[in-house]
Design a protein around this ligand. Sequence first.
Ligand SMILES: [Zn+2]
Length: 81
Amino acid sequence: MRLEMGPLNSVRPTMATHFREATERCKSHAGVTMPSFRCVRCKCTKLIKGRKSVVKGTGKFGYHCASCVDEIENPTPGGSR
Ligand SMILES: [Zn+2]
């Protein structure tokens, strides 16, 4: 018996695993029966209530969740200035 130390044996953590962890972290209270979508800004699964399309009139480019819309339209005072 010998140890296989070739490059094919060095298994790195996959993107899939990382992606799944991120998804589960963001799930919060969005249940399976609730209408939800993935916000393109915070990358979290959110309820569709209060969402807005990135490009007005089309959902082709994804949606922003209610909290992201609020941040975009009402930037925190003193944040950038
Ligand atoms: Zn968001």
